[in-house]
Design a protein around this ligand. Structure first.
Ligand code: T3D
Length: 259
């Protein structure tokens, strides 16, 4: 039995969240789903201003654990009750999320990583849309994410062939932000999250909302979305502080708050 399928370290400005079933490459069980969902919900309602998501041991996440009860029932029901709410919650978090992909990310594990705002991956890590190998359809946003991140030809290849995509190729194809040396992964992710944790959090959330809206808007409609979000960002104390700090030639001190 997993005592702590997810570990949370609440640091200054950001939370470091570790999937913690290393003996199964951090594959998803019902307990891990529940724990991760609790962490996301708690972070959303707290002063958390960025989140680092990584895996314990040599893997990031191997998708659904085939030996868990969740894999034995109606898969549509499992997706409805566990995967979809989790992915929706992750995408809607009002602060930057950074995946530090420390090893293999397969199936829903790959898409969990790719759904984060920034993906850093160890050079030895890989991303596998494993679903087609076992007769399944990519879930957890895989068809949506890959089509947009990789383009039509590469999405089809990745999803139908289900071959591992090494981190450096994932970077050169634009699926992830950066492949980094294995021994630098966590320090680089920590540094990025610490910077985000001192940043204008409300402004970051508005940028995320703008990009989400851009997925379906035409150019003209998106201009209006930008105006509305900008109006709110422009009324925030962080905007005032950003300008004041610029004029005074000093580093800004952001609160992250909306008002
Ligand atoms: O309910 C539903 O099913 C719906 C949801 C679906 C979402 C999905 O994610 S479907 C896709 C599920 N995931 C996969 O198909 C990936 C399965 N795993 C693998 O193909 C390989 O393990 C990897 C390519 C990820 C890594 O290979 P390798 O050689 O580095 O490691 P390994 O030896 O295969 O795995 C290490 C251990 O983890 C091993 O256990 P053992 O033999 O040491 O006792 C292996 O069985 C276990 N493990 C890895 N993945 C899973 C798993 N155990 C259960 N479920 C897994 N998904």
């Amino acid at each position: 039995m997993d005592e702590m399928p997810v570990l949370v370290d609440k640091r200054a400005g950001y939370w470091a969240v570790t999937l913690n079933r290393p003996q199964r490459l951090n594959a998803f069980t019902g307990a891990m789903h529940a724990a991760l969902m609790r962490v996301f919900a708690e972070a959303e309602d707290s002063s958390c201003r960025a989140m680092l998501l990584t895996g314990a041991g040599r893997g990031f996440c191997a998708g659904q654990d085939f030996s868990d009860e969740l894999a034995k029932g109606d898969i549509g029901d499992t997706i409805d009750r566990y995967y979809n709410p989790l992915l929706r919650k992750l995408r809607a978090l009002p602060f930057p999320t950074v995946a530090a992909v420390n090893g293999v990310a397969a199936g829903a594990g790959a898409n969990l990583a790719l759904a984060c705002d920034i993906v850093l991956a160890a050079r030895s890590a890989s991303f596998t849309q494993a679903f087609a190998k076992i007769g399944l359809v990519p879930d957890s946003g895989g068809t949506w994410l890959l089509r947009r991140l990789a383009g039509a030809a590469r999405a089809r290849g990745l999803l139908l062939l289900a071959e591992p995509l090494p981190a450096e190729k994932a970077e050169s194809w634009g699926l992830i932000w950066k492949a980094v040396d294995d021994d630098k992964l966590i320090s680089e992710a920590d540094k990025m999250c610490a910077t985000f944790g001192r940043g204008p959090t409300f402004g970051f959330a508005q940028i995320k909302r703008a990009l989400d809206a851009a997925e379906t808007n035409d150019f003209s409609a998106q201009l209006d979305v930008e105006r509305d979000l900008q109006r709110e960002a422009g009324a925030s104390p962080d905007y005032k502080e950003g300008v004041r700090a610029f004029m005074e030639k000093r580093a800004p001190v952001f609160t992250g708050k909306r008002s």
